[in-house]
Design a protein around this ligand. Structure first.
Ligand SMILES: *[C@@H]1O[C@H](CO)[C@@H](O)[C@H](O)[C@H]1NC(C)=O
Ligand SMILES: *[C@@H]1O[C@H](CO)[C@@H](O)[C@H](O)[C@H]1NC(C)=O
Ligand SMILES: *[C@@H]1O[C@H](CO)[C@@H](O)[C@H](O)[C@H]1NC(C)=O
Length: 371
């Protein structure tokens, strides 16, 4: 086997783009996929795959100026690793061991900052400064992979590392390994905003993308988008994507599919299979570009989010900066654990980690083209 001694990864740091916005570029040996990352949030900033004409497109939303990952008040969490607890925590409150409706003050009851922009009633994506806005450190690199490490020492020593790797055949694999020195909830995700047309050929949104989810249940939520306890059968509802369907098939502009005043989808599905290592859990396809994405994961659930408006300038490659991403520009697909299981003890889902019970998240994105 040929060993490449000199790392071929480009780690670029220009004066305008100081650390932690250093760019690491990975390319698969066969040229089928190229990915760029920055250390802030171990964030994917560009992902280039080939369309049905053989031309490369950058299929993820983002900024040309990566400094905005840290400063943009809209804070869409473009393509970062999200933690230590992704998605919403009801009231920003939980207990260890977990209980229903823990009250403050109480023994082992914790209150963390409320930061959900639309709800004022939940912690979203790890709080005011979640892992997506933390400065990760590169600890390992090869020509096709990079590993970032982050130590979350808010109150417990809590190291984690995230590895991104590309492979021939159009594959990006991301994995996160985390250990805790004390009992703590851990639930992570990677928050990628996909647009498989990359705003080319007159396409401005994802409403004609086709989605498939191996899921016959969603998690019922209240108006504040936190679980009420039951799971809902998707049969005969706008949540049924068991067979490939256009995302806009039931596009509900009157709202409320995903909480009070919430338009489009921002919902958690529970996968039917326990993991999707062999079969995809989620697939996304656009016949315009011919790009198909199959997502394999070890996670039991997926959050699908179609933002109604993203008032952020598009990347130049997406036709910006004088045009915003605008209406329905992407679908965020987040492989994750059960939403707010730490406040839903009736599910018997254990998301508390401690020495000897590490956390492992892995997801593989496989691209191909369909003519
Ligand atoms: C990038 O954004 C930051 C924060 O808004 C700003 O200070 C900086 O000037 C921008 N850089 C470029 C090259 O536009
Ligand atoms: C990020 O961490 C590196 C060391 O790993 C340090 O040099 C740099 O100043 C840090 N940046 C910020 C913004 O904290
Ligand atoms: C990632 O973390 C795990 C567990 O701490 C460790 O075994 C592994 O060596 C780490 N990998 C890197 C590249 O740091």
């Amino acid at each position: 086997m040929l060993r490449v001694v000199i790392p071929l990864i480009l780690a670029l740091a220009s004066a305008a783009d100081p650390w932690p916005f250093d760019v690491t570029e990975l390319s698969a040996p066969d040229g089928s996929i190229t990915a760029k990352f920055v250390s802030l949030g171990a964030t994917l900033t560009e992902l280039w795959v080939k369309d049905k004409f053989g031309k490369a497109r950058d299929v993820v939303l983002g900024y040309d100026n990566n400094t905005l990952l840290l400063t943009d008040p809209i804070h869409p969490v473009f393509n970062a690793i999200v933690g230590r607890y992704a998605n919403r925590i009801k009231g920003g409150t939980f207990s260890i061991p977990i209980t229903k409706d823990p009250q403050l003050p109480g023994p082992n009851v914790y209150q963390i900052p409320i930061n959900d922009p639309s709800r004022e009633s939940a912690t979203l994506h790890g709080g005011i400064k979640g892992w997506d806005r933390r400065n990760w450190t590169i600890v390992a690199r090869t020509p096709t992979s990079v590993t970032y490490r982050h130590l979350d020492d808010a109150d417990e020593g809590f190291p984690g590392n995230a590895t991104h790797a590309v492979f021939s055949g159009g594959i990006l694999r991301s994995s996160v390994y985390a250990t805790a020195t004390q009992k703590t909830p851990i639930m992570l995700t990677q928050h990628v905003y996909w647009n498989l047309d990359a705003f080319q050929d007159g396409s401005a949104n994802i409403l004609n993308h086709k989605l498939t989810l191996d899921a016959s249940r969603t998690i019922a939520v209240d108006g504040n988008q936190v679980p009420t306890g039951p799971f809902l059968n998707v049969e005969g509802t706008p949540f049924d994507f068991r067979h490939e369907s256009r995302i806009n098939k039931y596009q509900d502009n009157s709202g409320n599919l995903c909480g009070s005043g919430c338009k489009g989808y921002d919902n958690a599905w529970v996968y039917d299979l326990k993991d999707h290592i062999v079969h995809p859990g989620t697939s996304l396809y656009s016949d315009l570009s011919g790009i198909r994405l199959d997502i394999m994961t070890n996670q039991p659930s997926v959050q699908v989010y179609t933002p109604i408006d993203v008032p952020i300038p598009r990347k130049v490659i997406h036709g910006g900066p004088n045009i915003d991403y605008g209406s329905w520009p992407a679908v965020a697909i987040e492989q994750q654990g059960y939403l707010d299981a730490i406040n839903t003890p009736e599910w018997n889902v254990d998301q508390i980690h401690y020495p000897g019970r590490d956390f492992e998240w892995s997801t593989e994105y496989r691209f191909c083209t369909v003519l």
